[in-house]
Design a protein around this ligand. Structure first.
Ligand code: ZN
Length: 331
């Protein structure tokens, strides 16, 4: 009995010092919703410890965390933290504006914004990020130069039935109309941030095709692959990556049965080639909730899930969002 007690004590002793190092990695990414004034009791002690470690200097009441360089196609996070209430925040990136929701966490006012570039059209070079934050009616402007560096993506050659690569002329009007509808859905910027990281993996299968892959279809170069393909037999449940609202459910020429979910502040996730969607437009959905079943509708050579994430209308690599916490993304 005594030996067991000693063992327990030893285990507690050796694991205790690890706690402040492992937990904040989850914590400062804010596990909360967007309710003003929300404090998570379990996180409070840990946050205090973290604050004591990096005590803010007198001039750092308003802190912007943003990366200095990003790879083409990769999503990234920008976080503005203030000791004083933030009246409003506007973030400008590649000609788009987002007004992020503001959370209060342990007395700090935090705006967390997801941004990114699209492998289809991003140009390597310098881009300007600007953030305007008002405190007590006074505007504070941050300007940061972000280096967009070329990403390394693979090539893939595929042979598909000719009619799937070059659609017959009688479907042009349909494809154009669907393009307008899906472009509008991808550019949705709603005021309440509902996403948190990491995203839920939408289906259990392995990844068969990565984001960014340059596709050569029947010998002709096509647009790069702007999502992740997961192997999945017919009828597997497809789970929503994050909390949100269903904004589009359609049966599209290329994507087949598709579901688009708005996660707020410019982040939209998409699920293609479903055998059957089980949600409808306007439904509120939760992270992990089944929204349909996998299939091979639309342009697909076999059953799989194509999963994409749009950030302010740009399709980014969903990979890091499935694997990383907010803190890991900000590192
Ligand atoms: Zn795909």
């Amino acid at each position: 009995m005594k030996r067991i007690a000693l063992l327990v004590l030893l285990v507690v002793f050796f694991t205790m010092p690890l706690v402040p190092h492992t937990v904040p990695a989850q914590g400062f990414g804010l596990q909360e919703g967007d309710d003003i004034g929300l404090v998570l009791p379990g996180e409070a002690r840990v946050a205090e410890a973290a604050e004591a470690e990096n005590a803010p200097s007198p001039g750092s009441a308003l802190v912007l965390a943003a990366p200095g360089r990003v790879d083409v196609g990769q999503p990234f996070l920008v976080r503005l933290t203030s000791d004083q209430p933030l009246g409003s925040v506007s973030v400008f990136w590649l000609g788009k504006e987002v007004v992020p929701s503001i959370s209060v966490w342990n007395g700090r006012h935090v705006a967390l914004i997801m941004l990114g570039t699209d492998v289809l059209n991003a140009k390597p070079g310098e881009e300007e990020l600007s953030v305007i934050a008002s405190i007590d009616g006074k505007e504070n402007t941050f300007r940061r130069t972000i280096q967009v560096i070329p990403g390394e993506y693979e090539r893939q050659e595929l042979t598909l039935p000719k009619k799937m690569v070059t659609p017959p002329t009688d479907v042009y009007a349909r494809i154009k109309a669907e393009g307008e509808q899906t472009t509008a859905a991808k550019n949705t910027v709603s005021p309440q941030r509902m996403w948190r990281l990491p995203f839920e993996r939408p289906v259990t299968g392995d990844i068969s095709s990565l984001y960014g892959m340059q596709r050569i279809l029947n010998g002709k170069p096509k647009n790069p692959h702007r999502g992740l393909d997961f192997r999945s037999p017919m009828g597997n449940p497809i789970k929503c990556a994050a909390d949100g609202e269903v904004i589009l459910v359609g049966d599209h020429y290329y994507a087949g049965n598709s579901v688009y979910v708005d996660h707020g502040n410019g982040v939209v996730s998409m699920y293609f080639h479903l055998s059957k969607p089980i949600v409808k437009e306007g439904d509120r959905v939760q992270r992990g909730q089944a929204i349909g079943f996998s299939g091979m509708s639309g342009r697909a050579t076999g059953p799989h899930l194509h999963f994409s994430v749009s950030v302010l209308g740009r399709l980014v690599d969903p990979g890091p969002l499935l694997n990383k916490t907010v803190d890991e993304m900000l590192e």
